[in-house]
Design a binder for this molecule. Structure first.
Ligand SMILES: Cc1cc2nc3c(=O)[nH]c(=O)nc-3n(C[C@H](O)[C@H](O)[C@H](O)COP(=O)(O)OP(=O)(O)OC[C@H]3O[C@@H](n4cnc5c(N)ncnc54)[C@H](O)[C@@H]3O)c2cc1C
Ligand SMILES: NC(=O)C1=CN([C@@H]2O[C@H](COP(=O)(O)OP(=O)(O)OC[C@H]3O[C@@H](n4cnc5c(N)ncnc54)[C@H](O)[C@@H]3O)[C@@H](O)[C@H]2O)C=CC1
Length: 501
C-alpha cells in the first residue's frame, strides 16, 4: 500500500527525474537524521549510476529507471510519495497532492521537469516524445506506418530521422540546415551523408540507459499517448525500441527546409478541399520529382512553402515548456522568457524557501561567459546536486560559492552514431561579430570547429573521435591568448596537447 503523505516534512522535493532524485539523495546524505520527502507523479524514478567525471567539466553516467522502493532502500531517510502535486500555497508553506492531502515544508525544491511543446496539440495525429509511455505510443504507431512527418530540428528530431527504418520520413525544418540547436551549417553538411547511407556500422558501445517499453498498452483511436507526467527520456532512449515502419528499406528521409506547418487536415477534410498532395520526393535536391500523390493518408500537412504531404502521423519534436502550471496559482513566482521558474545563483526561486532545478527552472544569474543553460540531462543532475548544496548552506546559515560545473558549458552526446562534444559558446551564441571560426574536417571521420574571440577560445564543436576535448576544455577555461599559434591550433600534424596540457 502507498505510504500516506506526512503532515509535515522539513525538506520536500517535487519530481522523480534526474534533478529531483539527485537533490533528494544529496539532502539525505547531508541530513542523515532527517526524513527527505520526494513527491513524484511518476511510478518510477530516475537514478544516476556509474557517474564518472571524464574531465574538469565533462561527465558521463548511466541513467536507470527504477521503482521508488530502490531509492528508499539505498537512502532509508528518503520517503517517496507517488502523487502529483496539484497546488502550492507558498505563504503557508504547504503543498497539496491529488487526493487533497497536504504537507507543510520548511524548504521545498521544485523539479517537475518540462513538457513537450507540441504544435497543433489538440490534433490526435500529432504526437510528442517525452517519456516511456509516449515513446511506446510512437513505436506502436510507427510499426503500422509507411510514411511519417517529423517537425522540429533539435535533439529529438536528429535522433529520430537517423534511427527510423522502413518508413518514409518527411522532415520539415524552419532553418536552412539540420540540427540548429546543436550545429552550424558546416557541421550539418558533414552529417548529412550519414542520413542517406545504409546503417552498416555497429553502434559505438555507449554505456547509457536502454529503455524498454514492453507490456504497456496503447489507447485505441488516437496516435498520441495519454497525458501523464512521466520523467523525461534521455540518452539512448531509442535503443530499447524497435523503430521500424512497414517497409523493407533502411533510411528514406526527405528534408523540407525553411518552412513550418501551416495547417493540418484529417483525411475527410482534405478530400473535401480538392487540393493536391505530393508523393514522396525521390531525392532532396530535385523538386521536380514531386508528383501528385495517388495514395490516401490519415492526415495531411500543408507547409508554409505551399506543399502538401499526406502521412500516417506527425511527430512534433519542437522543444519543451517548463512544467510550472501546478505551482503558479496564488504564488508570486518570477518567470523567465522561456516560462521557467527564475532561479538565482543559489538555485533559489523568487518565492521564499522555494528552490528549483532541472528543466523546470530558468537560470537567471549572471552566467560565466562560456556557460549557457540548455535543458539537458547533465544540467538537470548538476542543478539538482547544487540546489541541495544551497539548501543545506541556507539551513545551516553558511555561505556557498557557485558550483564549478557552471563555469563551462560541456555536453557529450551522440548524433548519427558520431560522438559529439559541445563546449562553451559552441555556436558563438551571444558573441559579438568580431569572433572567428576555425575549422578542420575530414569527410566521414571528424569535424572540428573552434570559436575564437580576441585570440581566446570561446567554444568548440567536436564530432568524431577527435580526442581534443580535454585540451580544448582547458583552453576555454584558462582563456589563454592563442594568437601566436594561428591556424596551427587545428593542424593535425602539430601535437597540440604537448603545448597545453
Ligand atoms: C526523447 C528525449 C531524449 C533526450 N535525450 C537527451 C540526451 O541525449 N542528453 C541529454 O543531456 N538530455 C537529453 N534529454 C533531456 C533530458 O532528458 C532532460 O533535460 C532531463 O531529463 C530533465 O530532468 P528533470 O529532472 O528536470 O525533469 P524530468 O525528467 O521531466 O522529471 C520531472 C519529474 O517531475 C514529475 N512531476 C511532474 N509534474 C509533477 C507534479 N505536479 N507533481 C509531482 N511530480 C511531478 C514527473 O513525473 C517526473 O518524475 C532528452 C529528452 C527527451 C524527451
Ligand atoms: N542528444 C541530446 O543531447 C538530446 C537532447 N534532447 C533534449 O531534449 C529536449 C527536447 O528535445 P527537442 O524537442 O528536440 O527540443 P530542442 O529544443 O532540441 O529543439 C526544438 C526544435 O524545434 C524547432 N521548433 C520550435 N518551434 C517550432 C515550430 N512551431 N515549427 C517548427 N519547428 C519548431 C526549433 O527550431 C528547434 O529546432 C531538449 O531540451 C533537448 O536539448 C533531446 C534529444 C537528444
Amino acid at each position: 500500500m502507498a505510504a500516506p503523505l506526512p503532515a509535515r516534512s522539513r525538506f520536500v522535493v517535487v519530481g522523480g527525474g534526474i534533478a529531483g532524485v539527485t537533490c533528494a539523495e544529496r539532502l539525505a546524505t547531508e541530513f542523515p537524521s532527517e526524513d527527505i520527502l520526494l513527491v513524484t507523479a511518476s511510478p518510477v524514478i530516475k537514478a544516476v549510476t556509474n557517474f564518472k567525471q571524464v574531465s574538469k567539466t565533462l561527465e558521463e553516467f548511466d541513467v536507470e529507471e527504477q521503482p521508488s522502493t530502490m531509492l528508499e532502500k539505498r537512502y532509508p531517510n528518503i520517503k517517496v510519495i507517488e502523487s502529483g502535486v496539484k497546488q502550492l500555497k507558498s505563504q503557508e508553506h504547504k503543498i497539496f497532492t491529488e487526493d487533497g492531502k497536504h504537507c507543510i515544508y520548511e524548504k521545498l525544491c521544485l523539479c517537475a521537469g518540462a513538457k513537450p511543446k507540441l504544435i497543433f496539440e489538440e490534433n490526435p495525429y500529432v504526437l510528442g516524445i517525452r517519456d516511456t509511455d509516449s515513446a511506446q505510443a510512437f513505436q506502436n504507431n510507427l510499426a503500422k506506418a509507411k510514411r511519417i512527418a517529423v517537425v522540429g530540428n533539435g535533439g529529438i528530431a536528429l535522433e529520430l530521422v537517423y534511427e527510423i527504418e522502413g518508413c518514409e520520413v518527411l522532415w520539415a525544418i524552419k532553418d536552412k540546415a539540420i540540427g540548429n540547436t546543436f550545429f552550424d551549417p558546416g557541421a550539418a553538411e558533414f552529417l548529412i551523408p550519414k542520413l542517406t547511407a545504409e546503417k552498416l556500422e555497429t553502434a559505438i558501445a555507449c554505456k547509457r540507459t536502454k529503455y524498454t517499453t514492453e507490456g504497456s498498452e496503447k489507447e485505441e483511436g488516437s496516435v498520441a499517448a495519454a497525458d501523464k507526467l512521466g520523467t523525461a527520456l534521455g540518452p539512448d532512449w531509442h535503443e530499447g525500441l524497435h523503430l521500424k515502419g512497414t517497409k523493407e528499406f533502411s533510411h528514406k528521409v526527405h528534408i523540407e527546409t525553411l518552412c513550418e506547418i501551416k495547417k493540418i487536415y484529417l483525411q475527410q477534410e482534405f478530400k473535401q478541399l480538392q487540393k493536391t498532395s505530393l508523393s514522396f520526393p525521390k531525392d532532396n535536391s530535385d523538386n521536380q520529382n514531386a508528383h501528385p500523390d495517388e495514395e490516401l493518408w490519415p492526415v495531411y500537412m500543408e507547409l508554409t512553402n505551399g506543399k502538401i504531404y499526406g502521412c500516417d502521423f506527425i511527430v512534433s519534436a519542437t522543444g519543451v515548456v517548463p512544467n510550472v502550471k501546478p505551482f503558479l496559482d496564488g504564488n508570486n513566482f518570477a518567470l523567465g522568457e522561456d516560462g521557467g521558474l527564475k532561479v538565482d545563483k543559489h538555485m533559489h526561486s523568487s518565492v521564499a524557501d522555494i528552490y528549483a532545478a532541472g528543466d523546470i527552472c530558468t537560470a537567471s544569474w549572471e552566467p560565466s561567459p562560456v556557460w549557457q543553460q540548455m535543458r539537458l540531462w547533465t544540467q538537470a543532475r548538476q542543478m539538482g546536486w547544487y540546489a541541495a548544496k544551497c539548501i543545506v548552506a541556507d539551513f545551516l546559515g553558511e555561505s556557498i560559492d557557485m558550483d564549478f560545473s557552471f563555469e563551462l558549458f560541456a555536453h557529450v552526446t551522440k548524433f548519427f552514431n558520431y560522438k559529439v562534444v559541445l563546449l562553451g559558446k559552441y555556436n558563438a551564441q551571444g558573441l559579438d561579430l568580431d569572433h572567428e571560426l576555425m575549422l578542420r574536417c575530414t569527410k566521414g571521420q571528424e569535424y572540428v570547429k573552434v570559436v575564437m574571440q580576441n585570440g581566446r577560445m570561446m567554444g568548440a564543436v567536436l564530432i568524431g573521435e577527435t580526442d581534443l576535448e580535454e585540451t580544448f576544455e582547458n583552453l576555454i577555461l584558462n582563456q589563454m591568448d592563442l594568437s601566436a599559434y594561428g591556424e596551427d591550433l587545428l593542424n593535425p600534424n602539430v601535437d597540440i596537447e604537448d603545448y597545453f596540457d
